[in-house]
Design a protein around this ligand. Sequence first.
Ligand code: ARG
Length: 277
Amino acid sequence: MKKMIALILALVMALSLVACGGNNNTEDDTKDYASMSLEELKAELTTVTEGKLTMSTNATFPPYEMLADDGSFEGIDVEVAGAIAEKLGLELQIDDMSFDAALLAVQGDSPKADIVMAGVTVTEDRQLVMNFSDSYATGIQVVIVKEGSDIKSIDDLEGKKIGTQMGTTGYIYCSDTPENGGYGEENVIAYDSGITAVQALVNGQVDCVVIDNEPAQAYVKANAGLSILDTEFTNEDYAIGMNKGNACLLAAVNAAMAELKADGTFQKIVDKYIPAE
Ligand code: ARG
């Protein structure tokens, strides 16, 4: 009996911890933000820095986010975020950091960014720690090899050294155990960026790189002697990540994005960076 009481007490304590651990955002959880108009949402919207929409990203991921020759940010995510900020009457502020830091920046009780836009794939684990907007693009994980490599399909990856970008789905899938469809942590190297992973492939430090298709195309174009395997590794949805405690922002971003899709702005930005073949 004593044991039982102790167990129940522990449970109650754990539950109350969960209740207090939430975001101490003062906003009303019972509000149906999804049914409010953009104008109504704008009136209630709070952001990390007043008047600004702060976006965390990792600008090594063309054509979604990268540095232009003059050092400014460019790419699909950058321009779409700019258009969303404009719809919300906010000034876009971009903070460039490592990919895993960009994901963390919108999480927890004192987020440093309002949105993470970095070609972020929606995964179940990430959904536990952040809100996701409606998806705005799809991605595919692909395998980059050196021309003439003996890796001809994903069946040949076993026992090979695989390069990935730290914290990405490419790393998560590949480093999983073989029983779960991965290749084992010991065979996967996580680099700071996709660019350094590709550099390691060029230098012969890894046998292949697993990364999202669009940046893979750009890296292969920029480095002679590389090619992309035909096999698609996995299909993913990209979305904008936001803090769990800011339901108003989630609704506002979705509403702004819906307008950008309806008025053609969104497609125009995509077409600029991914010309139709
Ligand atoms: N889509 C992959 C993921 O979410 C990779 C994204 C990497 N993005 C970046 N900007 N470096 O894990």
